[in-house]
Design a protein around this ligand. Sequence first.
Ligand code: ATP
Length: 412
Amino acid sequence: MNILEPIIEVRNVTKTYKLYDKPIDRLKESLSFSNKKYHQTFNALDGLSMNIYPGEAVGLLGRNGSGKSTLLKLITGILTPTHGEIIARGRISAILELGAGFNPEYTGRENIYLNGLMLGITREEMDHKIDSIIEFADIGTFIEQPVKLYSSGMFARLAFAVSINVNPDILIVDEALAVGDSRFQTKCIDKMKELKQQGVTILFVSHAVEQVKRFCNKAVWIKEGHVEAAGESSEIVDLYESYMKNGSEAIITPIEVVPESTAELEANVETTVTAPKSSEYIAYITNVTVNKQAIKTFDEVIVEIEYEVYEDHLNDLLVGVALYTPDREYIFGPNTFLEKCEIPQTKGNHIVRYIIPQIPLLGGVYCIDVGVFNNEGLVCLHYRENVQSISITNKYFSEGLVYMNHRWEVMQ
Ligand SMILES: Nc1ncnc2c1ncn2[C@@H]1O[C@H](COP(=O)(O)OP(=O)(O)OP(=O)(O)O)[C@@H](O)[C@H]1O
């Protein structure tokens, strides 16, 4: 294969759906002798073109209904374009809607073989892979149960396990990561990184835009069925976020993992929380304190973060602190990974301090979020929103949010 040849070519693709006001209209239309139309048409994709090259990790961004899933279904061949052409060169393994491609009456094990056949993997080939797939899915004896009994989490596990263990050339993941717990997410991201390193092309839809920024080298923003912008992922995410904020069309929430068993705990706590006994967590923020509540601009602010690690073998834990205005305008969000600060990650309790020697914020109340992540920030292990606040008051000396170094010059 020519290295410059795209692995996926989407050429001027339009996908038109017929929309009927009432279900009966569809029947009326099919029975009409005069070919009377009872529908309106809607272009979910409207002349969309893009190229994806081998080895790229591409994040698709776009608000609900912009056409991302339609595009992925066209690329995988589940749908056919109304106009235009799609060329995909290589074996595509896709996790689209959960449960799609599974026969509800078959067991997990039988469905692995079924999925394999759909991907062109023979029974004999699958015999060699199935143990590692079952081990990856890690759903215990449910693997021998019909998948109609599965929870959405189990579906996600099985779908992921199959898709990433069948040597795809192209891996397509549509929002599936949002389903699993942090332990499973970590495993999937690790595997996806491994595939990325091996040169597998990855197409990834996530509403957690930070995930796109951190995992993908390229991003494509789809708006109303066409490509609004494409390029380096961080730039496109910033563009998209600023559009979403200014257009205030949706709220993109940070990736947060709160297993149900401890959700109640979250609701009542200010700062200190009892560490969960649950083994669902890999790490947990147990306490966050600020050195003082009443602060003046340029004071030293120290945020002390206590966290507990429950695993023996972590090596990529990071702590992030984010400052927000009360109306959730994001001001600043450094983390220990980006700033190459090594933090303890052995099993047990640890404390790190985040120190701002001279806080440049002007008067106001500011909120602090703290999160622990792994995988360079791709998987959120525990996130505490508004865990502390600081109130800054000054004598009147300037206006705005932040004090910037500056000078005046009188020219004339
Ligand atoms: N089978 C269908 N019949 C009619 N309209 C459809 C059909 N499937 C999708 N649409 C419409 O096409 C548009 C694009 O849908 P699509 O699912 O591709 O968007 P999306 O960007 O994936 O959204 P989300 O982020 O919510 O998953 C939407 O307006 C949707 O209502």
